[in-house]
Structure formats: structure tokens, C-alpha cells
Design a protein around this ligand. Structure first.
Ligand code: ZN
Ligand code: ZN
Ligand code: FE
Length: 763
């Protein structure tokens, strides 16, 4: 043995990140003992603190292990090691109880998919957890959805009413066991149970028989509401067109795609084209719905995602899902248990009330869900993974503010796809997906989420950030509190949300393209070039404004925007001709426009609607963004290098630039008249709009001396447009920031609001 290896020392190791409630202490314990080190490990308010003594080679080996082999749910951010004087201890290694009641920085981890070890137990005939649907351990299982209060401990979860049996308790208390301090630990003897009920909630079967009854119903084409981790799913056989259509009719969901759950990544690969990042996402403990290009000719019914080139797939993420899927042996539709855009149901009684008319039966269990949490939705492209709905498996993981907040902030978000966010110090906590606030159920869910998240993170808001729009329920809520409020312009919030996730506090050119958001001039913005940082913005450019005939009716009826743009871009006779083909009420729309009465909008989302309607793709929509999504699908059929680029004018008026798509719309109409293929026209529209956007961005950036451009807003969920803009801007040497973790749509608004309010409090 060399002298180096024989040398001993003592180190204090500080580990920061998501390291509490994820099995980190037993993990340290096992490795320290195996390496023959003495000392202790303990949780405190900064994370995990370790003191170890022994051979230096063993000390450095432990530090390597901490980073490279951390438990699946842990996210180690930093490991700092400090050599301290030796205590010459030989007392072995121990887990020391946490000191006092210090406020944890991360009170609870994400809900996490069943780990391999647990799954093996569930499949093992000789194991006491064989076919037990609530099997979990320190590395997996429910967390955020069951936590009622902090500190995270069994009595503070919805598992409080289940007394652990002796076997479960001994696992729970054994530092070397996989279930040491696993708060939801349970088994068939002591834990939650399944029951199967009819559509009115009358119990028909329990436990294993309940599971078998559900499988039987699903296989014979029925719709079953399944209580899961964060709420109810409406489930049916995804290969049975009749079952899928029944679900669609009952759910009042005409075309909006359903997600499909499958047993494993092989089945997912049979349904969709998956690259390795998509496979990693599917298999990650977060288990989001992954949008991927669907394969032709699979068994999945067309009605699952009508007219769309993509399919949303996810893998089973709880033992209950695994058991259902292996029983049914086919992909299952698993869509949020709600009517249309209501929040997802999560309480048994409420579910029977609200979902009873939609389903044939319920598969319930007696473990309450405290926080409803929809499935997250991500898209993986060649360039990046983009989170489109950040919810189960992601919430309540905090983001980091570029500049710490002096005061505690609550940001209440927008109206649709609502989320809220908290800011405290340098921590920014976005909530799970709450949903649309137009309905009472949505607003109730919003109130619950606000209370709960504030409680979990010990936040007492001193400042409330809200949208400029006075009619949003979130705005009304903010103004009714007695607290100081900050109104944040919608598109400034979009741009700020993109800056936050890139840790950027510099002045940038933000491009916010989306549906509609209220501007500072009282008009409806949605195609904005903002010179912005986290403090303020200046509107330096925008799309040419046009009327929005019929107000919100124009959102549901893209043909109205087709008539409007045809008139603005060409002339009235052309608009009449276009309108005649699309809707008998076109002359009324023209009359409104002639009077010059309607609100003006600069929305790029509405321009997409107009072009989709002109092409006859979608004169009327049944869900937000439908026309734009289908227009993108048309464009994708044509290679970018083969696409024309229709012209867009760049004008300068009153010191601001105007991106005028009139020539582009005229070209679209002209090409339609010439009988050019719709896919080529859709591609030419994307190419023209994208390159002109980049050209204007480069010009403003040069004029104003900024070197970074941030892209945000719902329109940038469009991969084709994003890539055109990104490439053309990057080619001029500018840095381009694109969303990854925070949704580009209104789900990200609260993040931007919180950052702006935090900054205003930091002055
Ligand atoms: Zn596990
Ligand atoms: Zn037990
Ligand atoms: Fe928006």
C-alpha cells in the first residue's frame, strides 16, 4: 500500500439541490459504510450536510459517488468539500435527525414513475406486493399530489389515515432499506385499496377483482374513469374507434387530440417515430406525454388525434397503470378526467358528480389526492425538448431567478392554461397546470393552488403580479387582495419567462407572437417586438393591425380573420369572394369592418387562423390553436429548401417598425387562385413570415445595440416557424433564446410576471 492511500483525513461535504425526501441520506449512509468511513449525514435548511473521516482515497471516492450515482429523484446542484481537523473518531457512520424545524428550500419532490425494483416486486408471484397497485419506495411514487402540509412527513400526507403494518414499518425505519422514510410506503395488508363502481359510484368489486373488472370493461369498449396519481383519467381502448368516438362525444371534445398510454417504450415505438431524446423522456421518472410523429397504419384509431401528424404518448407511471395495461394488452386512451377545459377531477364524490355521465364505470381507490396535477406535455425535436404543459413530474420544482427578490411575490398568471408562480429569494416556483379560469371550477382550483403553494413554500405574498387585462379572473383576484399589486403587460411577461429560464437579466429584443393579450394602448396585441429586460420594455415593432370582427367569436371562427385579411391585403371584392366560399355571414363581417368599429389586433395567431381558413383547412375550430397546428402540419409536408418565401413588408411609422403581411396574404390568395398545392402555400407562408421576422429582428438589434433575441408566445410552439426564425437570426451572429423548460404559451405567463415583480422589488 502506498503512503498516499494510507493517509486519512476528515471532510465536511455540503450537497445542494433537490436532496431531501428522495432517499439521499440512506444513499450516503450505504456508501460511507461500504467505504469504511466514519461520521454522519444530516438534512438541514441548505440541503444535506455530511462529515466523514477515513482514508483520503475513500473520501474522494465518496464525493465521486455523490455526483455520479445519486438516487433517481435527487438533483445534485453542487457538492462543496472542505478539509477539517480530524476528530480521530471510530464510531462508524450514522444518519442524524434534522436540526430544529428549519424551513427547507425544497419542501417536497415531484411525483415520480414506479422504479424498476418496485415493478419487479409487483410482478413477482412470491413477493408480498405482488400485483399491489400502490407499491412505491424512496426512489418512486407519489409526492406532491399527496402532501397536505410541511415538513414532508407521513402524518402531513394523504397517507396519514393508513397505519403501517409491522413489515412496512420495519422497512420504513431501516436506514439500509429502499423504503427508509418513504412516506407513502404501503402494502396490501395496510395500504390503500382499489374499488370498482358503476357510473353512479355504487361499489361492485374490490381489490384484485376491481382491477379485473376494469380490464374487462376496457377490453369490451367501455369508458372507465381511472383514479390515478394527480386526478382522474378517462380511459378507453385506443384501438377501438367506436369507444374513442363515444368518449369524444360524451366529453364534448370534437377534435382535440387524446393522449395514449402504453406499457413500454417498444409499444410506443410501434406507434410513433422516436429518436433517443424522445425515448429518454418517455422513460424518465417524470413520465410526461411526449408528442411524436405518428406512424402510418398502426392499430390506434384515427379518432384519437384526428388530422394530426403527431400523437401524444406516455408510458405507464404507476403500478396501477402497469397492471391495467398488462391486463388489457393494448394502448389505452388516457385523457384528463374533465369536461372540455374544466380542471381535472381529483376527489371521488366530485368525480362521480362530474364524470358519471361520461363513463360506464369508475376504478377508484381510497388514497386521497390532495393536489390535482395533470400530465405534463413535452415535444422533443432534433434541436431541443420543449415543455408545453409543465405539471405532474415537473411541479413544484423551482426555477432560479437571475436576481433575487427582496419581497415575496405571488404571480397569478393569465386566463387560459393558467398557472401561478411564487418568488422568494432566488427561488421561483411555478405551480402545476391549473387550466382555464373562465369557469367556476377553474377559479376554485386556482384558489386552492394559490393557498397550497404559499403554504408549502412558506410564502406570505407582499406583492401580487397580474395581467393588464381587467376581465381576467386572475386579475380580479389580485386586485381584491389588500396587497400591493403590479400589472404586467402580457407579452412582456412572455419575454421575461424566456429570460428567466436562460438566467438572463440583460436587455434583449423579445419577439412575442401569440393569440391575444391586452396592450398598454388598450388594443389586443399578439405580434410584438419588445426591447425588454426584467424591469421594463419598449414596444419597438409589431405586426400591422387589423380589425377583430366579432371579438372572441373570431377566435372560434378563423374564417372571420380570412375575410378581414383579404380585405386589408387586397380589396373588398376579393374579401367578398373569399367570404362567400367560407361562411354565409361574411357580408356582415365586411359591414362591421367598413364601419371601422372592431377592436384592432396585431395578433400573429390570428394571422395563422386567416391563412388556414383561406386554404380551407379550418374555417371553424373546436380548440384553441387548432387552425395553426394544422397549417403547420401542411407546411411540414414540404422541405424547407423547396418552399417559396412570400413577401412581407417592413415599414416604419411613428418610430416603431411594422411587419406588414399584406403582400404575403395577397400571394397566398393569388397562389390559391392559380391552383398551387396547399402544402406549398402553407410552407411559403411559414418561410415568408419567418424570414421577415428575422430580418426585422436583426435590424432592430443592430439599431439598438442588443446581441440577444428571445422568442416567446404560443405561436412559437410551432416548430417550423421557430426553426426558420432561429436559423435566420443566428446567421446574423445574434444569440437566440428559445423556450425549453417554461411553456412558450400562457402556461408560462406567471413565471414572467413573478420575475418582473421580483425585479421591481429588488430595486
Ligand atoms: Zn420504487
Ligand atoms: Zn404494510
Ligand atoms: Fe399569450
Amino acid at each position: 500500500m502506498s503512503r498516499m492511500e494510507a493517509r486519512t483525513g476528515r471532510s465536511r461535504v455540503r450537497v445542494r439541490g433537490t436532496v431531501q425526501g428522495v432517499g439521499f441520506r440512506p444513499f450516503v449512509y450505504r456508501h460511507a459504510v461500504a467505504l469504511g468511513l466514519s461520521g454522519f449525514v444530516r438534512n438541514d435548511s441548505e440541503g444535506v450536510l455530511i462529515e466523514v473521516e477515513g482514508p483520503e482515497t475513500a473520501l474522494s471516492e465518496l464525493c465521486r459517488v455523490l455526483v455520479e450515482c445519486a438516487p433517481p429523484l435527487a438533483r445534485v446542484e453542487t457538492v462543496e468539500t472542505l478539509a477539517i481537523p480530524s476528530l480521530a473518531t471510530t464510531g462508524g457512520f450514522s444518519i442524524v435527525e434534522s436540526r430544529a424545524r428549519e424551513e427547507p428550500s425544497v419542501p417536497v419532490s415531484i411525483d415520480s414513475a414506479t422504479c424498476t425494483e418496485c415493478l419487479l416486486e409487483v410482478e413477482d408471484l412470491s413477493d408480498r406486493r405482488y400485483r399491489y397497485p400502490f407499491t412505491n419506495c424512496t426512489n418512486c411514487g407519489p409526492r406532491y399530489t399527496i402532501v397536505v402540509s410541511v415538513p414532508y412527513d407521513r402524518p402531513a400526507t394523504t397517507m396519514a389515515s393508513f397505519d403501517m403494518c409491522d413489515l412496512c414499518r420495519s422497512e420504513y425505519e431501516d436506514p439500509t432499506a429502499r423504503r427508509f422514510h418513504a412516506q407513502p410506503n404501503a402494502c396490501p395488508a395496510c395500504g390503500p385499496r382499489l374499488h370498482f363502481t358503476d357510473a353512479k359510484g355504487a361499489i361492485l368489486q374490490e381489490s384484485q377483482e376491481a382491477l379485473e373488472a376494469a380490464v374487462e370493461h376496457l377490453c369490451s369498449g367501455n369508458v372507465v374513469a381511472v383514479k390515478g396519481l394527480g386526478g382522474f383519467h378517462l380511459a378507453c381502448d385506443a384501438t377501438d374507434a367506436r369507444a374513442v368516438n363515444t368518449l369524444r362525444t360524451r366529453k364534448a371534445r370534437d377534435d382535440k387530440p387524446f393522449a395514449v398510454m402504453v406499457a413500454d417504450v417498444e409499444v410506443a415505438g410501434d406507434l410513433c417515430h422516436l429518436d433517443s431524446p424522445a425515448v429518454r423522456l418517455l422513460e424518465s421518472p417524470r413520465r410526461p406525454i411526449v408528442l411524436a410523429r405518428r406512424r402510418a397504419g398502426t392499430a390506434v384509431a384515427d379518432a384519437v388525434a384526428p388530422g394530426l401528424p403527431e400523437l401524444g404518448v406516455m408510458l405507464a407511471y404507476s403500478p396501477l397503470h402497469h397492471l391495467l395495461l398488462s391486463g388489457c394488452d393494448r394502448p389505452l386512451v388516457m385523457t384528463s378526467g374533465n369536461l372540455s377545459d374544466d380542471p381535472i377531477a381529483h376527489e371521488d364524490e366530485d368525480a362521480v358528480d362530474r364524470l358519471g355521465s361520461l363513463v360506464d364505470a369508475f376504478l377508484l381507490h381510497d388514497r386521497p389526492i390532495h393536489v390535482r396535477c395533470d400530465d405534463s406535455v413535452v415535444r422533443s425535436t432534433e434541436r431541443r425538448t420543449q415543455v408545453l404543459r409543465r405539471s405532474r413530474g415537473y411541479a413544484p420544482e423551482p426555477l432560479r431567478l437571475p436576481v433575487p427578490a427582496r419581497r415575496q411575490v405571488l404571480a397569478v398568471g393569465a386566463e387560459l392554461k393558467n398557472t401561478i408562480a411564487l418568488a422568494k429569494g432566488s427561488m421561483l416556483v411555478p405551480s402545476h397546470h391549473i387550466g382555464d379560469l373562465e369557469q367556476l371550477a377553474g377559479y376554485t382550483s386556482f384558489l386552492q393552488a394559490t393557498d397550497h403553494l404559499c403554504h408549502l413554500y412558506g410564502v406570505k405574498p407582499e406583492l401580487v403580479a397580474h395581467d393588464l387585462h381587467p376581465e381576467y379572473l386572475s386579475t380580479k383576484y389580485a386586485l381584491e387582495t389588500d396587497l400591493e399589486t403590479v400589472a404586467v403587460q402580457h407579452h412582456h411577461a412572455h419575454v421575461a419567462s424566456c429570460l428567466v429560464e436562460h438566467g438572463c437579466s440583460d436587455l434583449v429584443l423579445g419577439i412575442a407572437f401569440d393569440g391575444l393579450g391586452l396592450g398598454t394602448d388598450g388594443l389586443l396585441w399578439g405580434g410584438e417586438f419588445l426591447l425588454a429586460d426584467l424591469r421594463a420594455f419598449e414596444r419597438v415593432g409589431h405586426l400591422a393591425p387589423v380589425g377583430l370582427p366579432g371579438g372572441t367569436a373570431a377566435i372560434r371562427e378563423p374564417w372571420r380573420m380570412a375575410v378581414t385579411w383579404a380585405r386589408a391585403a387586397v380589396d373588398r371584392p376579393t374579401a367578398e369572394r373569399v367570404g362567400d366560399l367560407l361562411d354565409p355571414r361574411a357580408d356582415q363581417v365586411l359591414a362591421i369592418l367598413e364601419r371601422g368599429a372592431p377592436t384592432q389586433t396585431t395578433s400573429v395567431g390570428r394571422l395563422f387562423d386567416a391563412v388556414a381558413a383561406l386554404l380551407g383547412i379550418r374555417p371553424r375550430v373546436t380548440y384553441e390553436g387548432q387552425a395553426a397546428i394544422e397549417l403547420e402540419a401542411f407546411a411540414t409536408a414540404v422541405d424547407r429548401s423547396d418552399a417559396p418565401a412570400y413577401p412581407v413588408a417592413i415599414l416604419e411609422t411613428d418610430g416603431a417598425f411594422v411587419l406588414d403581411p399584406a403582400p404575403l396574404v395577397a400571394s397566398v390568395i393569388d397562389e390559391i387562385d392559380r391552383g398551387i398545392d396547399s402544402t406549398t402555400i402553407a410552407a411559403g407562408f411559414h418561410q415568408g413570415l419567418g424570414t421577415a421576422t428575422a430580418k426585422l429582428a436583426a435590424r432592430i438589434a443592430e439599431d439598438r445595440g442588443v446581441d440577444t433575441v428571445a422568442l416567446s408566445g404560443g405561436v412559437f410552439q410551432n416548430v417550423r416557424l421557430t426553426e426558420i426564425v432561429e436559423d435566420a437570426i443566428a446567421a446574423t451572429g445574434l444569440r437566440v433564446l428559445v423556450h425549453r423548460e417554461v411553456p412558450p404559451n400562457d402556461g408560462g405567463i406567471s413565471v414572467g410576471q413573478a420575475a418582473i415583480a421580483a425585479m421591481s422589488s429588488a430595486i
